[in-house]
Design a protein around this ligand. Sequence first.
Ligand code: SF4
Length: 435
Amino acid sequence: MIVRELGEFDGVLSENDDLMSIVTESRSQEISDDSFIPRSYFDLALKRIEWYAKKKNDRNFDHKQYDFLFNPDINKFDVIAFFLLCQAIGVKYGPNSRESRVLVESQGKLIENRLGKLSKIERNVLVTNILNSLLSSAHIKWTFFEDLISSKKLKLHELILDSGEIILDKDDFLERFSHKIQGRKPEKMYEALIGDRIKELVMIKMVMQNTENYIRQVGERSNREIEPNPILLELADKISEVLLASVQTFGQGSGGYGGSVKASALNPKAFPPCVKKVMEGMKSGGRNDAIIMFLTPFISYARLYPAVFSENITKQISDVDPTLSIIQNEILPLIFGAAERCSPPLFEDQPQDKVNLNAKLGFGMHQNPELKNEGETTWYTPMSCEKVKIHLPSLCKPDETCKKIGNPLSYYNRKIWVVKKESKAESAVEEDIKD
Ligand code: SF4
């Protein structure tokens, strides 16, 4: 398709005057800096990813830098940029990569935001047309959505089912249920239960699933057949750079006590009394909750995203640990060590708890954290002191610092400065003695 449109693949790198004028003429587009303006299909593809990464992670995100993405005139260029992204990610990283997840999510968000710019009627017509082109018949068995349901993009309880078929169409709904509804207008019931909301949800999730399937096909084909085009490989590298830059610039947090709270190696000296107690191993009841509900979120956030409460941006672990190396090499060994020190050791008699632990990190009900399962569950945030006092009261032995905080993670963020200051003072004294 790309070659058909451009004549030759190298064209994706060429400066494109039509593209640039659409960008600069977009209504609210910020053009004060050259770097805001994509000059080629290649640039446009990267801007799409950058938009999503910054929108998700940067509190100072400025939508005016990306207004061109919502200009309908960009469509022709946008379709090619989308296919470039799918192909670059498919050949280099495959469907189970972070890059693939980000592209799939960004496609969903882009559609959602673009729909938000339309009038109610335009929106309804567009969604109905797209759904009609995606659905093969008016009667859709729920099994048609098997991929969407098993990848947790869509949940069965969000849909209305009748005899195994999913109901989206208003007339279909009225025909099947009007005679059963009493005391309310069937039309109102349709709007409340399905309406535009569910149709849009299904349409967006189907586009996301199709995007993922396409990336998978590209990956499989490139394994079997052709040498990937070097431009695609270059684009794939640049996509990773954009994602890495967004992690480094925005993903490690700022704010909090005494200045920035950056993700860094854990310092057990700054752990609050409750965490120190669990790290020693639970000798009596509550092992399970202490390790899985309490320690796992604390250790993972303290190491990877200590500013979660001050930034208040929801993240997944791969947003801050893209290769999961910190999870594998630093976080899990600490948690498993504490589990081992429990009596009896936690995972020895309850190996299924490893699955629960994995779920609390956001990697679904599986034995090990893998990127392909990320997002199936939510990365749990650390328990507040109040919850610890209610659910695990034996852990809470407050000290002076505890009086100033409401969450063990805030204790850690506060104490880490004190510990740093103390160790600097100690080294200064040692230097003086040496002199
Ligand atoms: S007050 Fe909070 S931080 Fe301190 S020991 Fe209790 S639960 Fe832990």
